[in-house]
Design a binder for this molecule. Structure first.
Ligand SMILES: Nc1ncnc2c1ncn2[C@@H]1O[C@H](COP(=O)(O)OP(=O)(O)O)[C@@H](O)[C@H]1O
Ligand SMILES: [Mg+2]
Length: 358
């Protein structure tokens, strides 16, 4: 099998390593000169919507997928009559626009924060009056790692928030005082088989994923999350891995957003589950059968952001993944996964790792 992958960042790299184990070959499209996925396949250096590059994928690959959600949908539609493109572009349309995404959740009866579309200062003032404070103002498009967001805590913040984000299409969202955050990761193949991973608990710092822990041992939340995930997968006639991010308050789940792709919060599955999210994505898009993931213990993952300190490498705790990227503040450069027999041991190792990066 030959897999075309749009985007050659670390997610592409991890897909590429999983593909190699399955005896598959990958061809990537990415504008950067030496992206992480160059370690595991050929990279066509071109814009993500470059017609010639996408045609090369369509002609040479059995299936085309992507590793990030800002791929121009029109470009995918142009090749989708020549080669299967999974996940379906329809899913991308919803994931690229927070308003469309929230309407999708509403239509599927998936609980979500109160929200209002904001196109003017008057809209924003009305949203503040109706939703109340605090609330978070977000750009509808192109946000990631907490970028394009402003938390409005007091009436005085309203003008500053508008100054910073006004001009772009926005959405105002009720602030959820959550107990913790989780992600539900699942996969579906074209035959309609669905698998899901145990719930993962996520901690974000400054809007960026910091640590993930799996499994969340809570049957009520797990069943609820699987139900919501299933509704999304079926509604979108989805193929591949999908990640749903949720806030937990008591035994309620409130949907935040979904990503039509493998996800940072599922990186622990490389060592912690069989199949990993990367293998599951490849199997799903190739219409292979999907087995329920088997856990190998308690999993913990720490992101390495901005730098990979020598002290962290020296610890030799867990399994280090270095994406080979140039260091830059706020940039995800790698991660470390620990798999343990007990929860206490996982916490001990994560503590040790966290101390080494701060
Ligand atoms: N409505 C909200 N209530 C509480 N926290 C929020 C809310 N929206 C976002 N956050 C916090 O900010 C993080 C990033 O926001 P998110 O909408 O997931 O954007 P991104 O696309 O950058 O991941 C969330 O994981 C959560 O920690
Ligand atoms: Mg998010």
């Amino acid at each position: 099998m030959k897999i075309g992958i749009i985007g050659a960042g670390q997610l592409g790299q991890m897909l590429g390593f999983a593909a190699r184990d399955l005896g598959m070959q990958c061809i990537f499209v990415d504008p950067s000169p030496s992206p992480p996925a160059a370690a595991c396949g050929e990279v066509i250096q071109a814009a993500f919507d470059d017609k010639a590059a996408l045609s090369t994928l369509a002609e040479n690959c059995d299936v085309v997928t992507y590793e990030f959600e800002n791929v121009p949908v029109a470009a995918l539609k142009e090749i989708s009559d020549r080669v299967p493109v999974y996940p379906p572009p329809e899913a991308l349309l919803h994931a690229q626009d927070r308003l469309a995404e929230k309407r999708l959740f509403t239509g599927l009866d998936i609980p979500l924060p109160a929200f209002r579309c904001v196109d003017s200062m008057a809209d924003l003032e009305k949203a503040v009056a109706e939703i109340g404070l605090p609330l978070v103002l977000k750009t509808r498009r192109l946000g990631y790692d907490g970028k394009g967001q402003f938390v409005i805590k007091t009436a005085e913040d309203v003008a500053t928030a508008w100054q910073q984000l006004g001009g772009a299409a926005l959405i105002a969202e009720q602030w959820i005082d959550f107990d913790y955050e989780v992600s539900a990761i699942g996969a579906r193949n074209p035959s309609g088989d669905v698998i899901s991973y145990p719930l993962t608990q996520n901690r974000h710092v400054d809007g960026i994923l910091h640590t993930s822990r799996a499994p969340v041992e809570n049957d009520v939340l797990t069943r609820r999350a699987e139900k919501y995930l299933q509704r999304l997968l079926e509604k979108l006639d989805y193929v591949g891995v999908l990640t749903l991010e949720l806030f937990v308050t008591g035994d309620q789940l409130i949907a935040n957003e979904f990503a039509p792709r493998v996800h940072n919060s599922g990186h622990w599955s490389i060592e912690g589950a069989q199949p990993s999210q990367f293998t599951a994505h490849l199997l799903a898009i190739c219409d292979a059968s999907l087995a329920t993931p088997v856990m190998g213990g308690y999993a913990g993952m720490l992101n390495l952001i901005g730098a990979i300190p020598e002290a962290t490498r020296k610890l030799q705790t867990g399994n280090l993944h270095d994406y080979g990227k140039e260091a830059r503040p706020g940039r995800k450069l790698g991660h470390i996964t620990v798999i343990t027999e007990t929860m206490a041991e996982r916490e001990r190792l994560l503590d040790e790792l966290e101390r080494s990066v701060t």
